[in-house]
Ligand binder design. Structure first.
Ligand code: FES
Ligand SMILES: [Fe+2]
Length: 393
């Protein structure tokens, strides 16, 4: 459950009052989406961090960044310092990144070590977070090495799970079983063999907009005809359907008539791909902000990490199949795909930042929605509201 400050509780009360017009319950044609404050208020941002990001499974890093045993990466979730570490058993674990003695942050940059050693009084912990030794703990030269008796001083572990190359953390421990969380998307990926899928490259973008606008834009195909000339040529509006949703999953997809060098046209495909997937593109959002697309030759992960009420950082990580991921032979083909994603994302950023600017207008407060395309926007808004109200129920 969330532990909210008085300011956050007040922000929540103000936010809930703004929803009293029933905007999220009304039919889409008469309803609306989240009020402006959800995209502009610092108090709301902190509230959202303490609820949405604390109580759900959230993506925190890529397993390929923790290649060797002892690799450690500091991360942050809901304002709290955490550390990911690769253990002797090959598992990636997450811990509160803080020494149990007097609270010094343990890891401040990516490193490799056989143990955590605090720089303050040199208490040490193994890769499973267990206290190893406390030098001079009982007086000069009287070291504590009998640490089995003091589990209070072990590092505090957080729920952490790895799915393919993607590491998730649930800070509160209340988000439920991770397998259940990913199940709706895993069942839709049947037929895609990830065994020879490899990370290739990542694109990074700083966006002057709230993270929710990036996610809402990612899932909706309605803007394609106006924002993405190439994409509209690849699959036209009459061949597109609106996004759908199930539990914590939003999803959409299409069939393309002909592959393009940017999608399925030049790079190797997933092995033994079933016929019905040959001309398919699908994309998904695992609430709150783990987004990805899949085509016969690639997986593209989009993460919009909140950095403030009006800013986020986006990472697009690109994965290709077999030799497509790294051989010289496919260098140009890969570069073409990467450039295509960069171009498309710049087109999106243009409208995402305009939508942020519009959230400061008295002429807008949640919008007039398309009953055909926008039910997903209301659904996403309800997921946000439910997460924020969670400990009120
Ligand atoms: S604060 Fe870490 S050993 Fe004292
Ligand atoms: Fe777009």
């Amino acid at each position: 459950m969330a532990r909210l400050s008085t300011e956050q509780q007040q922000a929540r009360a103000r936010f809930i009052a703004q929803l009293e017009d029933g905007r999220l319950q009304k039919p889409v044609a008469e309803g609306s989406s989240l009020p402006n404050s959800a995209y502009t208020s610092e108090d709301f941002y902190k509230l959202e961090q303490q609820t949405v990001f604390r109580n759900n499974w959230v993506f925190v890093g890529f397993a390929h960044q923790l290649e060797s045993v002892g690799d450690m990466i500091p991360i942050e979730v809901a304002g709290q310092p955490l550390v990911l570490v690769k253990g002797d058993d090959g598992s990636i674990r997450g811990f509160h990144n803080v020494c149990r003695h007097r609270g010094a942050k343990l890891v401040v940059e990516k490193k490799n070590s056989r143990k955590f050693i605090c720089p303050n009084h040199a208490w040490s912990y193994n890769l499973e977070g267990k206290l190893i030794a406390r030098p001079h703990f009982h007086g000069g030269e009287k070291h504590d090495i009998n640490t089995e008796t003091c589990h209070r001083a072990d590092m505090q572990e957080v729920s952490c799970e790895t799915w393919f190359d993607w590491v998730f953390v649930n800070l509160s421990g209340d988000a439920g079983n991770f397998i259940d969380y990913i199940e709706p998307v895993v069942k839709r990926l049947e037929g895609y063999d990830f065994s020879d899928l490899h990370f290739c490259d990542a694109l990074e973008f700083d966006i002057k907009a709230n993270w929710k606008l990036a996610v809402e834009n990612f899932i909706e195909p309605y803007h394609v005809f106006a924002c993405h000339p190439w994409l509209n040529g690849f699959v036209g509006m009459d061949e597109r359907c609106p996004p759908d949703f199930e539990n914590h999953l939003l999803y959409c997809g299409y069939e393309f008539k002909q592959a393009d060098p940017a999608r399925g046209g030049q790079l190797p495909w997933f092995p033994n791909l079933p016929e019905e997937k040959h001309n398919r593109g699908d994309w998904f959002v695992l609430f709150p902000n783990f987004c990805f697309e899949i085509f016969p030759d690639q997986v593209d992960v989009f993460i919009a990490t909140p950095t403030g009420s009006d800013s986020c950082h986006e990472t697009i990580a690109l994965y290709f199949v077999g030799e497509g991921a790294n051989s010289e032979k496919y260098l140009q083909a890969r570069q073409h795909v990467i450039q295509n994603w960069s171009d498309l994302n710049h087109e999106d950023i243009g409208v995402i930042e305009r939508m942020q600017a519009g959230r400061y207008s008295d002429g807008f407060d949640g919008g007039v929605l398309s009953p055909y395309w926008d039910p997903v926007q209301q659904y996403f808004a309800r997921l946000i509201v439910n997460a924020i109200k969670q400990d009120l129920n």
